[in-house]
Design a protein around this ligand. Structure first.
Ligand SMILES: [Zn+2]
Length: 308
């Protein structure tokens, strides 16, 4: 059994190395921005000798600085449980649909998930597109959290996984025709740089009724439960040509064992008292509301001379 396990691991890493070797031109050094090459089937190196090793799980850490993520491994494992329960399926299906309907080209879909966490959104979207489309899909997931990327690489072998700083993405210009950014911070300058000419950004933000049942209970009477996406949308609209907005709201029935992970996953519960957490656990919550806005923006290419 031990031997089998070893062979399994080895082939998984080898698959990742082959994928990196076949697409090494997409990388650029996070320290000096020069192109990178794969050497000895184990590291990416630039002409200035900045060298980054491929981890045994098959991902590559190209973060230019060490950032202490506020999310630990347990947070990502919790998110994985939530995601595998299907809570996000309708959202993931809607994002896949946007990509399928907007992809006019017969060429391969080149998709980047910026802020992919433990990778389940990208994996689900990639699988849906694969089932529906004959176009090859080339998918890359990046996240600043090594814990998240390590979990993604261990579970999903169809995409390329990379630890990276979203403010300094170690990927070459104009490599992607789609960038997804799901419930995660964005860096629009970097997104513009990475998109091809008619490329699209698909950003998902939580809407007012997202996890309403939990929010109502935690913040009843404090006024904190009301929030607005207007500034986020306005800012998105300033950086991209907003071509579509889709609201997606649904309710999911909740098995009892998911309530605690859900509380652990949501930033809403940070700062909530132990008492209110326990109150929610006692509430016998049977369903939960999911409420999102999907913003679809095109890279602006009609530049007005003098302004740029
Ligand atoms: Zn370099």
């Amino acid at each position: 059994m031990k031997g089998c396990f070893f062979v399994f691991n080895k082939s998984k890493k080898r698959m990742s190395i082959d994928r990196i070797r076949d697409s090494q031109e997409i990388f650029r050094c996070p320290l000096c921005s020069k192109p990178m090459n794969l050497i000895h089937l184990q590291s990416l190196i630039c002409m200035n000798q900045h060298c980054f090793d491929i981890a045994k799980q098959g991902y590559i850490n190209l973060s230019s600085r060490s950032i202490k993520s506020k999310y630990d491994r347990q947070t990502f494992e919790t998110r994985r449980i939530i995601s595998e329960s299907g809570l996000f399926h309708p959202l993931q299906a809607a994002v896949s649909e946007v990509i399928l309907s907007q992809n006019m080209s017969k060429d391969s879909i080149r998709l980047l998930d910026a802020g992919c966490g433990e990778g389940s959104h990208l994996n689900s979207i990639q699988s849906t597109i694969n089932q529906r489309k004959r176009n090859a899909i080339f998918a890359v997931g990046i996240d600043i959290s090594k814990e998240g990327i390590s979990l993604a690489a261990a579970e999903y072998s169809n995409a390329m996984w990379c630890v990276a700083d979203i403010a300094n993405i170690p990927l070459a210009n104009e490599q992607f025709n789609f960038i997804i950014n799901i419930l995660s911070p964005a860096n629009y300058s970097e997104f513009q740089r990475l998109l091809t000419d008619h490329g699209l950004v698909i950003k998902v933000v939580p809407e007012q009724h997202y996890l309403k049942e939990i929010r109502d209970s935690l913040y009843k009477g404090t006024g904190k439960q009301v929030y607005s996406n207007t500034p986020t949308i306005r800012y998105f609209n300033e950086r991209f040509n907003l071509i579509a907005v889709e609201d997606i709201q649904y309710q999911v029935s909740l098995s009892e064992h998911l309530i605690s992970p859900l509380l652990g996953m949501t930033p809403l519960s940070w700062g909530a008292s132990q008492e209110s957490r326990e109150q929610i656990l006692r509430m016998d919550l049977r369903q939960i509301t999911m409420d999102f806005k999907i913003l679809v923006g095109m890279k602006p290419h009609h530049r007005i001379s003098g302004l740029y």
